[in-house]
Design a protein around this ligand. Structure first.
Ligand code: IPE
Ligand code: IPE
Ligand code: MG
Ligand code: MG
Ligand code: MG
Length: 272
Protein backbone atom coordinates (compact mmCIF):
# COMPACT_ATOMS: atom_id res chain seq x y z
CA UNK A 1 0.00 0.00 0.00
CA UNK A 2 1.23 3.51 -0.79
CA UNK A 3 1.19 5.13 2.63
CA UNK A 4 2.62 8.39 1.35
CA UNK A 5 -0.57 8.85 -0.68
CA UNK A 6 -2.82 7.87 2.22
CA UNK A 7 -1.06 10.41 4.44
CA UNK A 8 -1.56 13.22 1.89
CA UNK A 9 -5.30 12.43 1.73
CA UNK A 10 -5.85 11.96 5.46
CA UNK A 11 -3.96 15.12 6.40
CA UNK A 12 -6.44 17.19 4.41
CA UNK A 13 -9.32 15.69 6.43
CA UNK A 14 -7.67 16.67 9.70
CA UNK A 15 -7.12 20.37 8.88
CA UNK A 16 -10.00 22.48 10.19
CA UNK A 17 -11.18 25.45 8.14
CA UNK A 18 -9.99 28.63 9.84
CA UNK A 19 -7.90 31.74 9.37
CA UNK A 20 -4.66 29.76 9.59
CA UNK A 21 -5.56 26.95 7.22
CA UNK A 22 -3.80 28.44 4.19
CA UNK A 23 -0.42 28.64 5.93
CA UNK A 24 -0.94 25.29 7.66
CA UNK A 25 -1.77 23.57 4.37
CA UNK A 26 1.17 25.27 2.67
CA UNK A 27 3.69 23.63 4.99
CA UNK A 28 1.88 20.40 5.75
CA UNK A 29 0.72 19.15 2.36
CA UNK A 30 2.87 17.89 -0.47
CA UNK A 31 6.62 17.63 -0.66
CA UNK A 32 7.62 15.73 2.46
CA UNK A 33 9.00 12.23 2.24
CA UNK A 34 6.56 11.12 4.96
CA UNK A 35 9.00 8.72 6.60
CA UNK A 36 7.59 9.36 10.08
CA UNK A 37 3.97 8.78 9.12
CA UNK A 38 4.90 5.78 6.97
CA UNK A 39 6.98 4.20 9.74
CA UNK A 40 3.96 4.36 12.03
CA UNK A 41 1.69 2.66 9.47
CA UNK A 42 4.26 0.04 8.52
CA UNK A 43 5.21 -0.85 12.10
CA UNK A 44 1.56 -1.22 13.12
CA UNK A 45 0.95 -3.32 10.01
CA UNK A 46 3.57 -5.91 10.94
CA UNK A 47 1.10 -6.96 13.62
CA UNK A 48 -2.01 -6.53 11.44
CA UNK A 49 -3.36 -3.50 13.26
CA UNK A 50 -6.64 -1.98 12.06
CA UNK A 51 -5.80 0.70 9.48
CA UNK A 52 -8.51 3.02 10.85
CA UNK A 53 -6.63 3.23 14.15
CA UNK A 54 -3.36 4.39 12.57
CA UNK A 55 -4.40 7.47 10.57
CA UNK A 56 -4.51 9.94 13.47
CA UNK A 57 -1.07 8.99 14.83
CA UNK A 58 0.56 8.95 11.45
CA UNK A 59 -0.85 12.39 10.58
CA UNK A 60 -0.08 13.79 14.03
CA UNK A 61 3.58 12.79 13.61
CA UNK A 62 3.70 14.60 10.28
CA UNK A 63 2.05 17.67 11.85
CA UNK A 64 4.62 17.88 14.65
CA UNK A 65 7.37 17.38 12.08
CA UNK A 66 6.00 20.12 9.79
CA UNK A 67 5.71 22.50 12.75
CA UNK A 68 9.32 21.76 13.73
CA UNK A 69 10.47 22.55 10.19
CA UNK A 70 8.58 25.87 9.99
CA UNK A 71 10.14 27.03 13.25
CA UNK A 72 13.56 25.56 12.36
CA UNK A 73 13.65 27.76 9.23
CA UNK A 74 12.76 31.03 11.02
CA UNK A 75 15.27 33.89 10.98
CA UNK A 76 15.86 33.44 14.72
CA UNK A 77 16.83 29.81 14.12
CA UNK A 78 18.42 28.52 10.89
CA UNK A 79 17.18 31.47 8.80
CA UNK A 80 16.52 29.46 5.66
CA UNK A 81 14.64 30.60 2.57
CA UNK A 82 13.53 27.39 0.91
CA UNK A 83 12.08 24.11 2.16
CA UNK A 84 10.74 21.15 0.19
CA UNK A 85 11.55 23.05 -3.01
CA UNK A 86 9.51 26.16 -2.21
CA UNK A 87 9.83 29.32 -0.13
CA UNK A 88 9.80 28.72 3.64
CA UNK A 89 6.65 29.71 5.51
CA UNK A 90 8.02 33.05 6.75
CA UNK A 91 9.11 33.93 3.19
CA UNK A 92 5.79 32.96 1.63
CA UNK A 93 3.72 34.65 4.35
CA UNK A 94 5.43 36.58 7.16
CA UNK A 95 7.19 35.69 10.40
CA UNK A 96 4.15 36.06 12.63
CA UNK A 97 2.08 33.81 10.36
CA UNK A 98 4.87 31.22 10.24
CA UNK A 99 5.18 31.14 14.03
CA UNK A 100 1.43 30.78 14.39
CA UNK A 101 1.15 28.12 11.68
CA UNK A 102 3.76 26.12 13.63
CA UNK A 103 1.91 26.67 16.90
CA UNK A 104 -1.36 25.66 15.22
CA UNK A 105 0.12 22.49 13.73
CA UNK A 106 1.51 21.47 17.10
CA UNK A 107 -1.87 21.80 18.78
CA UNK A 108 -3.62 20.15 15.85
CA UNK A 109 -1.45 17.06 16.25
CA UNK A 110 -2.68 16.45 19.79
CA UNK A 111 -6.27 17.36 18.86
CA UNK A 112 -6.14 14.81 16.03
CA UNK A 113 -5.24 11.91 18.32
CA UNK A 114 -7.34 12.98 21.28
CA UNK A 115 -10.51 13.21 19.15
CA UNK A 116 -9.97 9.90 17.30
CA UNK A 117 -13.09 7.80 17.95
CA UNK A 118 -11.40 4.65 16.64
CA UNK A 119 -8.98 4.46 19.58
CA UNK A 120 -9.63 3.09 23.05
CA UNK A 121 -8.88 5.58 25.83
CA UNK A 122 -5.89 3.69 27.27
CA UNK A 123 -4.24 3.42 23.85
CA UNK A 124 -4.97 7.09 23.17
CA UNK A 125 -3.29 8.17 26.42
CA UNK A 126 -0.19 6.09 25.66
CA UNK A 127 0.04 7.57 22.16
CA UNK A 128 -0.36 11.10 23.47
CA UNK A 129 2.30 10.49 26.13
CA UNK A 130 4.85 9.25 23.62
CA UNK A 131 4.15 12.05 21.16
CA UNK A 132 4.24 14.73 23.86
CA UNK A 133 7.58 13.51 25.20
CA UNK A 134 9.10 13.23 21.74
CA UNK A 135 7.90 16.74 20.82
CA UNK A 136 9.36 18.16 23.99
CA UNK A 137 12.65 16.35 23.35
CA UNK A 138 12.67 17.83 19.84
CA UNK A 139 12.39 21.32 21.32
CA UNK A 140 15.17 20.62 23.85
CA UNK A 141 17.35 19.31 21.01
CA UNK A 142 16.69 22.44 18.96
CA UNK A 143 17.77 24.59 21.92
CA UNK A 144 21.00 22.58 22.31
CA UNK A 145 21.53 22.83 18.56
CA UNK A 146 21.16 26.62 18.65
CA UNK A 147 23.64 26.78 21.55
CA UNK A 148 26.18 24.45 19.92
CA UNK A 149 29.46 25.80 18.58
CA UNK A 150 32.73 24.68 17.01
CA UNK A 151 33.79 23.12 20.33
CA UNK A 152 30.79 20.79 20.44
CA UNK A 153 31.99 17.18 20.59
CA UNK A 154 30.72 14.11 18.72
CA UNK A 155 29.22 12.80 21.95
CA UNK A 156 27.34 16.06 22.50
CA UNK A 157 26.21 16.03 18.86
CA UNK A 158 24.90 12.51 19.27
CA UNK A 159 22.74 13.74 22.15
CA UNK A 160 21.54 16.77 20.16
CA UNK A 161 20.66 14.57 17.17
CA UNK A 162 18.87 12.05 19.34
CA UNK A 163 16.72 14.80 20.81
CA UNK A 164 16.04 17.11 17.88
CA UNK A 165 15.46 14.42 15.23
CA UNK A 166 15.76 10.96 16.76
CA UNK A 167 12.98 11.33 19.31
CA UNK A 168 10.18 11.86 16.78
CA UNK A 169 11.44 9.09 14.50
CA UNK A 170 11.59 6.69 17.42
CA UNK A 171 8.10 7.75 18.47
CA UNK A 172 6.87 6.95 14.94
CA UNK A 173 7.92 3.32 15.38
CA UNK A 174 6.79 2.96 18.99
CA UNK A 175 3.38 4.51 18.30
CA UNK A 176 2.85 1.89 15.60
CA UNK A 177 3.64 -0.76 18.18
CA UNK A 178 1.24 0.74 20.71
CA UNK A 179 -1.64 0.83 18.23
CA UNK A 180 -0.97 -2.85 17.51
CA UNK A 181 -0.75 -3.58 21.26
CA UNK A 182 2.60 -5.37 21.01
CA UNK A 183 3.97 -7.19 24.06
CA UNK A 184 6.84 -5.80 26.14
CA UNK A 185 9.48 -7.96 24.48
CA UNK A 186 8.46 -6.81 21.01
CA UNK A 187 8.31 -3.21 22.18
CA UNK A 188 11.93 -3.55 23.40
CA UNK A 189 13.08 -4.85 20.01
CA UNK A 190 11.19 -2.04 18.23
CA UNK A 191 12.87 0.40 20.60
CA UNK A 192 16.37 -0.95 19.83
CA UNK A 193 15.58 -0.87 16.11
CA UNK A 194 14.29 2.71 16.31
CA UNK A 195 17.33 3.89 18.29
CA UNK A 196 19.63 2.97 15.41
CA UNK A 197 17.31 4.53 12.86
CA UNK A 198 16.99 7.66 14.95
CA UNK A 199 20.77 8.03 15.25
CA UNK A 200 21.31 7.54 11.53
CA UNK A 201 18.82 10.06 10.15
CA UNK A 202 20.31 13.39 11.28
CA UNK A 203 23.91 12.35 10.54
CA UNK A 204 22.71 11.56 7.02
CA UNK A 205 20.88 14.91 6.80
CA UNK A 206 24.11 16.67 7.79
CA UNK A 207 25.97 14.80 5.04
CA UNK A 208 23.63 16.45 2.50
CA UNK A 209 24.56 19.97 3.65
CA UNK A 210 27.19 20.44 0.97
CA UNK A 211 24.74 19.51 -1.81
CA UNK A 212 23.05 22.25 -3.82
CA UNK A 213 19.72 23.76 -2.69
CA UNK A 214 18.02 22.38 -5.79
CA UNK A 215 19.21 18.83 -5.12
CA UNK A 216 17.92 18.73 -1.54
CA UNK A 217 15.02 21.19 -1.93
CA UNK A 218 16.14 23.41 0.92
CA UNK A 219 18.70 26.06 1.76
CA UNK A 220 21.19 25.50 4.53
CA UNK A 221 22.45 28.83 5.82
CA UNK A 222 24.01 27.48 8.99
CA UNK A 223 27.68 26.61 9.29
CA UNK A 224 27.07 24.33 12.24
CA UNK A 225 29.44 21.73 13.60
CA UNK A 226 28.05 18.32 12.66
CA UNK A 227 29.23 14.71 12.32
CA UNK A 228 29.98 15.60 8.70
CA UNK A 229 32.13 18.63 9.54
CA UNK A 230 34.06 16.78 12.28
CA UNK A 231 34.53 13.40 10.56
CA UNK A 232 34.36 14.52 6.94
CA UNK A 233 31.47 13.50 4.67
CA UNK A 234 32.99 10.16 3.72
CA UNK A 235 33.45 8.87 7.28
CA UNK A 236 30.14 10.35 8.41
CA UNK A 237 28.42 8.57 5.51
CA UNK A 238 30.00 5.27 6.53
CA UNK A 239 28.86 5.91 10.10
CA UNK A 240 25.20 6.48 9.22
CA UNK A 241 25.16 3.53 6.84
CA UNK A 242 26.42 1.27 9.63
CA UNK A 243 23.68 2.60 11.89
CA UNK A 244 21.06 1.71 9.25
CA UNK A 245 22.59 -1.75 8.93
CA UNK A 246 22.35 -2.20 12.69
CA UNK A 247 18.71 -1.12 12.52
CA UNK A 248 18.10 -3.76 9.84
CA UNK A 249 19.74 -6.42 12.02
CA UNK A 250 17.34 -5.62 14.87
CA UNK A 251 14.42 -5.98 12.46
CA UNK A 252 15.46 -9.54 11.66
CA UNK A 253 14.22 -10.42 15.14
CA UNK A 254 10.66 -9.56 14.09
CA UNK A 255 8.66 -11.81 11.73
CA UNK A 256 6.79 -10.28 8.78
CA UNK A 257 8.79 -7.03 8.95
CA UNK A 258 9.78 -6.95 5.25
CA UNK A 259 7.80 -3.77 4.52
CA UNK A 260 9.57 -1.95 7.35
CA UNK A 261 12.87 -3.27 6.04
CA UNK A 262 11.96 -1.78 2.65
CA UNK A 263 11.36 1.70 4.07
CA UNK A 264 14.61 1.55 6.07
CA UNK A 265 16.44 0.80 2.83
CA UNK A 266 14.58 3.70 1.19
CA UNK A 267 15.73 5.95 4.04
CA UNK A 268 19.29 4.64 3.82
CA UNK A 269 19.44 5.26 0.07
CA UNK A 270 17.65 8.61 0.02
CA UNK A 271 19.31 11.42 -1.89
CA UNK A 272 17.76 14.35 0.07
C1 IPE B 1 14.32 17.13 7.69
O1 IPE B 1 13.56 15.97 7.78
C2 IPE B 1 14.72 17.62 9.01
C3 IPE B 1 15.28 16.63 9.92
C4 IPE B 1 14.73 16.39 11.04
C5 IPE B 1 16.50 15.91 9.58
P1 IPE B 1 13.07 15.20 6.47
O2 IPE B 1 14.21 15.10 5.49
O3 IPE B 1 12.46 13.91 6.88
O4 IPE B 1 11.97 16.18 5.89
P2 IPE B 1 10.77 15.97 4.86
O5 IPE B 1 9.54 15.79 5.69
O6 IPE B 1 11.04 14.77 4.01
O7 IPE B 1 10.72 17.25 4.09
C1 IPE C 1 16.26 19.94 11.91
O1 IPE C 1 17.62 19.83 11.75
C2 IPE C 1 15.73 19.32 13.11
C3 IPE C 1 14.35 19.73 13.34
C4 IPE C 1 13.61 20.44 12.54
C5 IPE C 1 13.75 19.34 14.57
P1 IPE C 1 18.18 20.67 10.52
O2 IPE C 1 18.15 22.13 10.80
O3 IPE C 1 19.46 20.08 10.10
O4 IPE C 1 17.07 20.33 9.41
P2 IPE C 1 17.05 20.93 7.95
O5 IPE C 1 18.38 20.56 7.32
O6 IPE C 1 16.84 22.40 8.08
O7 IPE C 1 15.90 20.19 7.31
MG1 MG D 1 18.19 23.32 12.50
MG1 MG E 1 17.50 23.68 9.46
MG1 MG F 1 20.02 19.83 8.00
Amino acid sequence: MDYQQIIETKLIDFIPKNTLDESIKYSLLGGGKRFRGSLCYLTANIFNADLQKIHSSSCALEMIHAYSLIHDDLPAMDDDDTRRGKPTSHKKFDEATAILAGDGLQTLAFKTISEDKNLESDVKIKLLQILTNASFDMVLGQKLDIDSNDKTTLKELENINQLKTGALLKASVLMGGIIAKVDEKTNDILSDFANFLAKAYQVQDDCFDDKSDVEIGKTNNSDKTTFATILGTEKATKHYQELYDNALKELQKIDNSDNVKAIVLKMKNRKF
